[in-house]
Design a protein around this ligand. Structure first.
Ligand code: FAD
Length: 392
């Protein structure tokens, strides 16, 4: 078996090794691309191999016991929650079901300065707002795994949510089953580093360096399909841009800035180890056209009996309909396949530190002329239809 040092660029950055080390001699430190990797202090290391025993990359595939392969389309009944959620708001319904039993929920929220994201615990409904919504950068698990263990051992129901590799890291860190633990993962395209986000945020904050007071990567001003990035600043200014035009979203969705391990995600190769996976039901109009709506539909993939039990408890909060499993996955390849590493991935991070974002935009986020023409034609067609309808 490989040692923790040999995991190298396969490391997914979950941080299980750092938390498990009995001598605290491992720290998660950013590399030049801004992704966290373990750094071991060889002077204090006692070579106990605990770090290797909790590494999900070294133990891939060991937790895949059952898979129900049930797929559902889900939409929140509460329109405010639906508006604030990235997809159909299923996460909030699952989290609420746990809080109702006196449990707590671990998910991803921003740090105070909105420059990084990390694992946060919520045990009141109003705290769920911090976890709601996708944050498109890699989150730091911090001491999250240790807090999960502490809550579990106090007998509280716990819901943990994260990327598939973070969930695999938690399972490996805990090393045993807990009756009171529920685990969900998101369908994951891959994650950019906090460094990429910080360069972009500085670019839009401009010379004044205005303080950021809110970030929403999936603002539904024009609905779920035409979501956009919204950033609010302390001086009251608002930035909004649809994802098809936003350079941060473009470099993310074109895969230039993902963690190396995301291009060959070991969890995608062997299957999720969560109880339930949540994502966007992008292909819903082909699979269940009657369920499609403009504000969002979540895809729920149930893997285990526990996942099914938790899902059933969301009944009063959501509209849901069962879908064919294979058909539901057809429009969401990110569930089972890693994205291809583009050649320009190699130069992207070098350029990021050398160039202002404006040049990054020109080099990596430019649209092909044919796409611009198609978009403009579509817009003027929509404009004509809209004006005709208003004249009636
Ligand atoms: C980096 C990233 C890539 C994604 N790629 C895809 C994809 O390719 N296809 C797809 O269908 N869906 C993808 N999703 C999931 C999707 O965007 C929604 O998060 C999901 O559908 C849940 O939406 P919701 O409306 O139920 O709840 P929401 O309230 O929108 O979901 C919030 C949930 O997402 C978690 N979360 C937010 N940011 C992060 C983060 N950085 N890391 C880990 N967990 C996070 C929160 O902890 C919470 O559990 C991705 C999400 C992220 C963060």
């Amino acid at each position: 078996m490989k040692t923790i040092q040999q995991v190298g660029m396969d490391c997914c950055g979950c941080g299980a090794c750092a938390i498990a080390c009995p001598k605290s001699c491992i720290r998660m430190a950013p590399n030049e691309e801004g992704f966290l990797y373990p750094e071991t202090d060889e002077n204090t290391c006692i070579h106990c191999s605990r770090c290797e025993s909790v590494c999900p990359v070294l133990h891939v595939g060991e937790h895949n016991a059952e898979d129900f392969r049930e797929a559902w389309a889900v939409t929140q009944k509460d329109s405010h929650i639906l508006q604030a959620s990235s997809s159909g708001g299923l996460f909030t319904a699952l989290a609420t079901a746990i809080l109702e039993t006196g449990g707590c929920v671990f998910g991803v929220g921003f740090t105070k300065d909105f420059r990084r994201v990390h694992c946060i615990m919520a045990d009141k409904p109003e705290q769920l707002a911090l976890l709601r919504g996708s944050k498109y950068l890699q989150s730091e698990t911090d001491g999250g795994y240790a807090k999960v263990k502490q809550q579990l051992e106090q007998g509280r129901p716990v819901l943990f949510s994260g990327t598939p590799c973070q969930v695999a890291g938690l399972r490996q860190f805990l090393g045993r089953e807990y009756k009171n633990l529920y685990v969900i993962d998101i369908i994951c395209h891959g994650t950019p580093s906090a460094l990429v986000w910080q360069h972009y945020l500085d670019h839009i904050a401009g010379k004044n360096g205005q303080k950021t007071v809110s970030v929403n990567y999936r603002h539904k001003q024009f609905g779920w399909h035409r979501y956009g990035l919204e950033v609010l600043f302390a001086d009251g200014k608002r930035f909004f841009q649809e994802y098809t035009e936003n350079s941060y979203m473009k470099v993310f969705l074109r895969d230039y800035c993902l963690r190396e391990s995301c291009y060959h995600c070991v969890v995608k190769e062997t299957g999720s180890v969560s109880d339930l996976t949540i994502g966007d039901f992008w292909g819903v109009k082909n699979v269940l056209p009657e369920v499609e709506n403009s504000m969002g539909v979540s895809l729920a993939l149930i893997h285990t009996e526990k996942g099914k039990q938790l899902f059933e408890r969301t009944e009063p909060m959501v509209e849901k309909q069962r879908a064919d499993y294979a058909a539901a996955l057809a429009a969401n390849p990110a569930m089972t396949r890693s994205v291809r590493r583009p050649e320009a991935r190699s130069s992207f991070f070098h350029d990021l530190t050398e160039m202002p974002w404006r040049d990054i935009e020109r080099k990596y986020a430019k649209d092909k002329i044919a796409i611009i023409i198609k978009r403009e034609l579509f817009r003027s067609f929509v404009g004509v239809v809209y004006r005709k309808l208003r004249q009636r």
